[in-house]
Design a protein around this ligand. Structure first.
Ligand SMILES: NC(=O)c1ccc[n+]([C@@H]2O[C@H](COP(=O)([O-])OP(=O)(O)OC[C@H]3O[C@@H](n4cnc5c(N)ncnc54)[C@H](O)[C@@H]3O)[C@@H](O)[C@H]2O)c1
Ligand SMILES: [Zn+2]
Ligand SMILES: [Zn+2]
Length: 387
């Protein structure tokens, strides 16, 4: 049996092709019929050829759908259940999983801590930008949702970006009354700013260069927009705030645009500087403040601007960080630590992150939408695919 899926063909190219349907391989697997699967900024690193991903990968780590088959040992799920899967694949019983660090499961991807669907180096798990998906360790990994189709957009964001934005604020220990600077107003940065608002931050600044993204931050997160193309964002924030802010979040990662560099287009690799956001955060945050870094950094970057960066080594101002006594936290989000509570905020109407969704289209439109999202076109913020 075959089905349609989004397949990586090589740099800047994906195609919708027929691939084999998944099958139950272990008694604790379930298969789901995908109802919504999202394109993520993390997919773009692979799409642009900036990872060691080989052509042939089926993309898609942000998946929700309806259970259509269960393995014999599955005890908490039945056919017809509506579920959303964390992008992490986790076993539930290794030391990291038991401690809540499901992004660093030591069982699902031997020799490595952490597994995910449809992602380079994250194990053999096929992506869900397809008609169907196999969820391993399903009792542990599938989060049940209310039946019906209410909140479909908001619930799909529980697979990654809402928990990941929340994770950014957890890593930075955002507390009520804090002043917070979020670098990046992509889906993750917007969700970090939204999380800061939910947690009761007193002041929120959000930095990017895409006006439509900054406007969303202003409208839905009560954040002050800072356009880094209009001047040093650190100085802009300090001028408005009157000194360093309490907490900072990096929702950009290693493919950060350096406003000081020139290139033919905004996201040309020649304009990148993988250290620029972390260094800006060290300057933006006050002494003894905290930095949360969910933005992605890689140990190998085939398209890096220089030899150091190609090995994942970047020039961080560690001396200044030491002098300021700042703390930092980073890494993959442990989605399962947050998704149940965030789901309940959505069900009870206390949070609704669906404003970040700009497009819901058929799977066949994936090639055009990858291109538009990759160019960070005005108005293209979060794209959901409906197989
Ligand atoms: N830790 C995790 O578990 C996790 C999960 C999901 C995504 N991520 C990572 O988070 C990052 C953001 O993801 P996204 O989906 O929002 O992607 P995205 O690429 O759409 O968003 C990044 C935004 O950063 C902006 N930007 C570029 N350079 C900047 C700079 N110097 N200062 C401020 N903003 C700058 C871009 O204009 C863009 O809007 C990516 O690196 C992604 O891989 C990590
Ligand atoms: Zn993602
Ligand atoms: Zn585990």
């Amino acid at each position: 049996m075959s089905m349609n899926a989004v397949v990586y063909k090589g740099p800047h190219e994906v195609a919708v092709e027929e691939v084999a349907e998944p099958e139950i391989r272990h008694p604790n697997d379930v298969l789901i019929d995908i109802t919504t699967t999202c394109i993520c900024g993390s997919d773009l690193h692979m799409y642009e050829g900036r990872t060691s991903a080989e052509p042939g990968i089926v993309f898609g780590h942000e998946n929700m759908g309806i259970v259509e088959e269960t393995g014999d040992a599955v005890s908490s799920l039945k056919v017809g259940d509506r579920v959303v899967a964390p992008f992490n694949v986790a076993c539930g019983h290794c030391e990291n999983c038991e401690s809540g660090y499901t992004g660093f499961c030591t069982n699902v991807n031997p020799g490595f801590a952490g597994g995910a669907y449809g992602y380079v180096a994250m194990g053999p798990y096929k992506g869900g930008q397809a008609e169907k998906l196999r969820i391993p360790y399903a009792d542990f990994n599938a989060l049940k949702l209310p039946d019906g189709d209410a909140h479909e957009d908001a619930f799909s964001l529980l697979a990654d970006i809402f928990p990941t934005g929340w994770h950014g604020t957890e890593l930075a220990n955002v507390e009520p009354g804090d002043s917070v600077a979020v670098y990046g107003a992509g889906p993750v940065g917007l969700m970090a700013a939204y999380s800061a608002k939910i947690k009761g931050a007193a002041e929120i600044y959000i930095v990017d260069r895409v006006p439509s993204r900054l406007e969303l931050g202003e409208e839905y997160c009560d954040a002050t927009p800072i356009n880094f193309e209009e001047g040093d964002p650190v100085e802009q924030i300090k001028d408005l705030h009157g000194g360093g802010v309490d907490k900072g979040v990096d929702a950009v990662g290693y493919q950060a645009v350096d406003p000081e560099k020139e290139a033919d287009s905004a996201y040309d690799p020649a304009r990148e500087n993988p250290a620029v956001v972390i260094n800006n955060l060290i300057r933006t945050v006050r002494p003894t403040g905290e930095l949360g870094i969910p933005g992605l950094y890689v140990p190998e970057d085939p398209g890096a601007p220089d030899d150091m960066a190609a090995q994942g080594r970047i020039g961080i101002d560690f001396g200044l960080l030491f002098e300021k006594g700042q703390a930092l936290g980073t890494g993959q989000c442990n989605v399962k630590s947050y998704n149940r509570e965030l789901r309940d905020l959505i069900i009870e109407g206390r949070a609704d992150p669906s404003w970040v969704v700009s497009h819901r289209v058929g799977l066949d439109e994936a090639p055009e939408m990858y291109e538009a999202f990759d160019n960070r076109e005005e108005g293209v913020t979060k794209v959901l695919l409906e197989p």
